[in-house]
Design a protein around this ligand. Sequence first.
Ligand SMILES: [Zn+2]
Length: 312
Amino acid sequence: MALSKEELREYFIKLCHARNRVIFESSLLGILLVQFKLAVDENCDTVYFDGERIAFSPKLLDELELDEISHVLVHEMLHYIKGHFSIERKERAILDLACDMEVESLIYELNSHCYHGVGGYVIPYKLPGSRYVSAFSVDDAYDTLKSQKEIALYKSFDNHSKWENAKKSCQSQIHMKRAIALVHKSPFTKLPPSLESLCDMELDTCDIWEGLSEPVPSVEEIFEGNCKAVPKSLDTLLALIYQMVQYAKECRHDLRKISNSVSYACGMRADFASILFRDYCYIEKGYKDFLMKIPDFYKWFSTRGAHFNGII
Ligand SMILES: [Zn+2]
């Protein structure tokens, strides 16, 4: 039975809340996540990622609490980061579980109070037979699982059957490179320790922002208060945020220009404005106090900024 408009709206609100939790918890995973669409698909059993969207069944969304949905979103992003879509092995079911185990061990490493499992689904986060949790690869897990007979005991929440499509759209890892350029070792990168070296990746910032869906508005005009139109496409928005943060650093003591940029950002999608404002807060020590003099920033901080839970 097709979902009503109202039901769909409720599901999207729940999904957006869960996504916001990821953004507030880890900037790298959050910025990676905002580059993909969230969807509700009545034809799937649980959830899948196809390289363009993460689609949930209404049934799974009914079953899960917000934290659990955030856990699923992070799970999908870690499959992306680890390049699991391109791995091939003879026994697909064992490979699927090995990939899920690697991802869950990384979530365990994150040691976040936000992610502590998903409903009644069971995915081990350590190698069978191993007493301790330590980093392992898909290969380690695959080989260990092959010699075990317990694989049928495990039930995963995500369906990996659309990975062929994901492989094509995620090959260049452009989403991750853009996220790394934006967070650039900020205090909120928050990755599992064994993935932290990702942020040392050499990036060619010209290549990263090539081929955007729309032209990026002039940053000078935004800071002068002469531009109101906000790009709609996600890649252009991210490129714009990147440029705005660089520009704001140069004119950080110019209250008028910074105020104009804050007013402009209030017209952005809320999760993108949060990414920008969080970066603004770290332009220099104590900069949040300067920003609090700006009414629009003050208003944002007193409402949405509360999600940061004292992070800024
Ligand atoms: Zn998975």
